[in-house]
Unconditional design. Structure first.
Length: 222
């Protein structure tokens, strides 16, 4: 099962930026990597430019056609809310089982695959499940993306505890540099001391995925 699940400590912390950076780096190395972000909120079909599925498709050098967007993100909702709330506003209910089976089918195809969750690790996936349940159900390594803002140390350690408690193996913590944040290097050092052996890597604002991160993900996808 050559897949890595990418989640975060919360929303709007740079998860899609990190995923896109990884896609570009892996593609440049010749890996036939694919992407899935099965559930996305805040998606405007009349103006998809800049949306998460479009950013991810562009990172792979693929045209963001309506068919391609539907392939990457089959569950798309307009409201910028948690998926079950956004779905309910459109008269739908979101089935965690259906999302999990979709992801499992994609993983079973055998192509190297990155799967990006929506929101943070404890964000709702359905009325009775979270992104953590999806990660645990997939049984693949997980990248945890965090920001470098004040408070991220507590948020990151809490998310790591949740992952480990669910039997999920964190492959690495990836700190996506936040604007107007405390000293980045001090934040990285503090997280590294407290992460109980999980590697702590950084993607600086506007920068590429570091070689160490690309190598770790590539090894997990082998």
């Amino acid at each position: 099962m050559a897949a890595v699940f990418i989640t975060g400590t919360g929303t709007d912390i740079g998860k899609t930026f990190v995923t896109a950076a990884l896609l570009r780096a892996l593609k440049a190395e010749g890996l036939p990597v694919e992407i899935s972000k099965p559930v996305v909120s805040g998606f405007d079909p009349a103006s998809p430019a800049g949306s998460d599925p479009v950013v991810l498709l562009e990172a792979l050098g693929q045209a963001p056609t309506s068919q391609a967007i539907a392939r990457v993100s089959p569950w798309r909702f307009a409201a910028p809310l948690s998926p079950p709330l956004a779905a309910r506003l459109e008269g739908h209910s979101l089935s965690a089982r259906a999302v999990l089976e979709h992801c499992r089918t994609h993983v079973a195809s055998g192509a190297p695959l990155l799967i990006e969750g929506a929101g943070g690790v404890m964000s709702p996936l359905s009325d009775d499940s979270t992104m953590l349940d999806l990660a645990a159900g997939l049984s693949v390594p997980v990248l945890l993306v965090a920001g470098s803002y004040l408070g991220t140390i507590s948020h990151t350690l809490t998310a790591l505890l949740a992952l480990r408690s669910a039997g999920v193996r964190p492959l690495a913590v990836v700190v996506s540099q936040s604007l107007d944040a405390p000293d980045l290097d001090e934040t990285i050092q503090a997280l590294a001391r407290l992460s109980e052996g999980t590697p702590v890597l950084v993607v600086r604002r506007g920068g590429p995925a570091p070689a160490e991160l690309v190598a770790a993900v590539r090894a997990a996808l082998a």
